[in-house]
Ligand binder design. Structure first.
Ligand code: NAP
Length: 335
């Protein structure tokens, strides 16, 4: 039987997931949508043969919705996720789970109270083949102890609404989750350096680039460059330096061109192109999990840990100090 999905927020990401559910993955259909832009959403609902709900709470409660996908503005995530848990329905929430770690704690507490996982957070990098293969290789132990990780998260450009805090909250949050998952460790300190030299492509509200330093419980140090106006494409790198070798991502390339003594490969234009297979796998496995009433993807606890870490990065950036990352003990439900 097809799972009936309700989607809240049909901007860029919402529409991308609607298309994915209706056209690329199996076992589900979008039956309902809600968005604050009534006219646009009504027309879109007609186009995809879904019901438009002016009020997202009505969509969540609807009998025509088995599970909910939240792709609205970041500050609205917590409320919609809590409401969905109240109805004992599964919910896939795009990152961040909540803006502040206290919001994530509310969601964790709601699940713990029901002693059941309802929430999956949209950390799609865990479904990227490159990251998966690095994790598998590290687990074999063949490269020895992990010492350092060098990462870059570069976007070709961002628009004027993108500001300094977003480099941590919207951009680095992906590495924060992916590395925690990859290294199977939590972070204990955060530091953010704002270099004096910036790109001329930036604007007064954005410091670009930024350098984020994280240390794990065992002492592995991670440096992450976030450079969102790099001009040449969407460039994600992750190199893990171990005692006996190094392992890293390659950007997926589909062809190369050799001409005039040059050999060139394409750099993806954006996250949609770079991670398309990861998004597809992420949603397919979520749908399969919901149907079995057993989800295994990034949990509310992972959302909480990401939020605790990005909140510490923000504090580190504003204070110019190294900040200790403090978190609650993990409830039994997530062990
Ligand atoms: P977007 O294009 O601005 O879409 C958000 C949509 O939600 C807009 O139509 C917005 O209306 C609507 N909305 C705002 N408040 C609402 C509310 N209270 N109830 C219902 N609808 C509401 O943003 P986006 O790029 O799609 O991002 C959506 C979410 O996905 C964000 O949380 C973002 O962080 C996340 N995201 C994740 C990834 C990833 O790689 N996993 C990538 C991109 C985005 P207005 O147009 O009027 O604002």
């Amino acid at each position: 039987m097809e799972l009936k999905i309700g989607v809240i927020g049909i901007g860029a990401m919402g529409r991308d997931h609607v298309e994915r559910i209706n056209e690329r993955v199996n076992g589900a259909n979008v039956t309902a949508i809600s968005d604050i832009n009534k006219d646009v959403a009504t027309a879109y609902a007609k186009e995809i043969n879904a019901t438009f709900f002016e009020n997202a709470e009505d969509l969540i409660a609807s009998e025509d919705v088995d599970a909910v996908l939240v792709t609205s503005w970041d500050p609205t995530h917590e409320g919609y996720v809590l409401e969905t848990i109240k109805h004992n329905k599964h919910v896939f929430c795009e990152k961040p789970l909540a803006l502040e770690s206290s919001g994530c704690t509310n969601i964790v507490n709601a699940e713990v109270e029901k002693n059941k996982r309802f929430v999956q957070v949209g950390f799609m990098r865990r479904y990227d083949r490159g990251y998966e293969e690095i994790k598998r290789e590290l687990q074999t132990g063949s490269l020895g102890e992990t010492l350092l990780v060098h990462c870059t998260h570069r976007n070709e450009y961002v628009d004027e609404s993108y500001n300094t805090p977003m480099a941590v909250e919207n951009t680095a949050v992906h590495e924060v989750d992916a590395l925690r998952w990859l290294l199977e460790e939590d972070f204990v300190t955060a530091e953010v350096r704002l270099p004096k030299k910036q790109t001329t492509r930036t604007h007064p509200d954005l410091h670009d680039p930024q350098l984020i330093l994280l240390e794990t419980e065992s002492g592995t140090v991670i440096d992450l460059e976030v450079f969102v106006n790099c001009q040449f494409g969407y460039d994600i790198n992750c190199k893990v330096v171990c005692e006996q070798g190094e392992i890293g991502l390659t950007n997926p390339t589909y062809y190369s061109v050799k001409t005039e003594r040059k050999d060139s490969t394409r750099v993806p234009s954006d996250w949609k192109e770079r991670f398309i297979s990861a998004y597809d796998r992420e949603l397919q496995l979520w749908i399969d999990g919901v149907k079995q009433d057993h989800i295994t993807g990034p949990s509310a606890w992972d959302g909480y840990m990401a939020s605790v870490t990005t909140n510490a990065c923000s504090e580190a950036r504003d204070s110019g100090k190294i900040v200790d990352i403090k978190f609650e003990s993990k409830p039994e439900l997530y062990k």
